[in-house]
Design a protein around this ligand. Structure first.
Ligand SMILES: *[C@@H]1O[C@H](CO)[C@@H](O)[C@H](O)[C@H]1NC(C)=O
Ligand SMILES: *[C@@H]1O[C@H](CO)[C@@H](O)[C@H](O)[C@H]1NC(C)=O
Ligand SMILES: *[C@@H]1O[C@H](CO)[C@@H](O)[C@H](O)[C@H]1NC(C)=O
Ligand SMILES: *[C@@H]1O[C@H](CO)[C@@H](O)[C@H](O)[C@H]1NC(C)=O
Length: 300
């Protein structure tokens, strides 16, 4: 399936879901606070999920039902404290049952309800695959224990190679953490998403969950420290990056550092201005994709 077909199917799923419209699927309205100026990214279609955990909205995800994985997750950064919670993986009951409570719930120890299995990725999809569970919204970018725990939902996760997840992509998450903690003076809005393969979709072993070719991320921090160091001049108010998730990808978008450690080689991350990211998104999706209102120009 090409990504154009995937988008068309996603669009159908979206309009289909519209009429069933439960509070937390198919509608970002209750969680617009996670988007800069309450303006969700434009140009991508999918099922809108307001990610709810312990009765609070934690972040927002644009989900692709046909891919059983997200297009992007959007969240507010908060300076982290404490340790990564032990992974307790959750699912979204409302993707299977529109009338369900919108709170994500942990997978049961035994067999999973077949309607849930049909509607989203489950533990078994990732077990014994050659991919790890790559958070789009990482637990590392949050302060409270509950915000951190809420990132462990499979609707916030894509198949990510270990060499990326434990290598350059993790370094990027840490760099963004340090940069924002040190020089962002107000809210920082982050959107992290994926770029599908251009031609042949790649799937996890059992052909249920689509694998992305690249991950991308961008932040918008409209209020920042003007006396930041010279090397961070370009990093505000907005900056972006694209990371490789496939060693075999060509090098037009992200070149490969041949001197990198073998286990991380081919999983490079290239930092770039937001406009450059949006150019690559337009190229691949065949439509204009706008991540932040007025490209986070700061005129809130
Ligand atoms: C995963 O692979 C191991 C070793 O091949 C096997 O014992 C186990 O049953 C597999 N688990 C699942 C869930 O497929
Ligand atoms: C994130 O940034 C905070 C504040 O600078 C720092 O204390 C923490 O160690 C950083 N965490 C990681 C994993 O880089
Ligand atoms: C801005 O950054 C400089 C160092 O680059 C620091 O001395 C100053 O305290 C920072 N200002 C604020 C408001 O954080
Ligand atoms: C990369 O290419 C090698 C050799 O052709 C192949 O075995 C491997 O599956 C490819 N990796 C991906 C992620 O497609």
């Amino acid at each position: 399936m090409t990504h154009f077909h995937a988008l068309a199917v996603a669009l159908l799923a979206f309009t289909g879901g519209w009429f069933l419209c439960a509070a937390d699927v198919g509608d970002f309205t209750p969680c617009l606070q996670f988007f800069y100026t309450s303006w969700p990214p434009k140009g991508l279609a999918g099922t809108q999920i307001c990610q709810r955990y312990v009765n609070q909205y934690r972040f927002a995800t644009l989900y692709s039902r046909p891919r059983r994985s997200p297009w992007f997750s959007a969240y507010l950064y908060s300076s982290p404290t404490g340790k990564r919670p032990t992974a307790s993986w959750k699912f979204e009951p409302q993707l299977a049952y529109p009338a369900a409570d919108g709170n994500m719930i942990p997978f049961p120890p035994g067999p999973v309800d077949q309607n849930v299995v049909e509607s989203q990725a489950v533990d078994l999809d990732y077990i014994n695959s050659t991919y790890t569970r790559g958070h789009l919204n990482p637990s590392l970018h949050h302060q409270s224990h509950e915000d951190r725990s809420s990132t462990f939902t499979l609707t916030n996760v894509v198949p990510q190679k270990t060499g990326s997840n434990d290598g350059p992509w993790e370094v990027l998450e840490q760099t963004v953490n340090k940069t924002l903690a040190a020089y962002c003076l107000g809210d920082a809005y982050i959107v992290t998403g994926i770029i599908p393969y251009q031609k042949e979709e790649h799937w996890l072993k059992n052909h249920r969950v689509a694998v992305p070719e690249y991950l991308w991320s961008a932040y918008c921090c409209p209020k920042y420290n003007n006396s930041r160091p010279e090397e961070l001049k370009e990093a505000f108010p907005t900056y972006a990056a694209i990371g490789r998730n496939d060693r075999n990808s060509t090098e037009e978008i992200v070149p490969v550092d041949k001197t990198a450690k073998k286990q991380f080689r081919g999983y490079d991350v290239r930092q770039m201005p937001l406009a450059t990211l949006e150019m690559y998104l337009k190229d691949r999706f065949g439509t204009v994709v706008s991540v932040f209102y007025e490209q986070c120009s700061g005129s809130e």
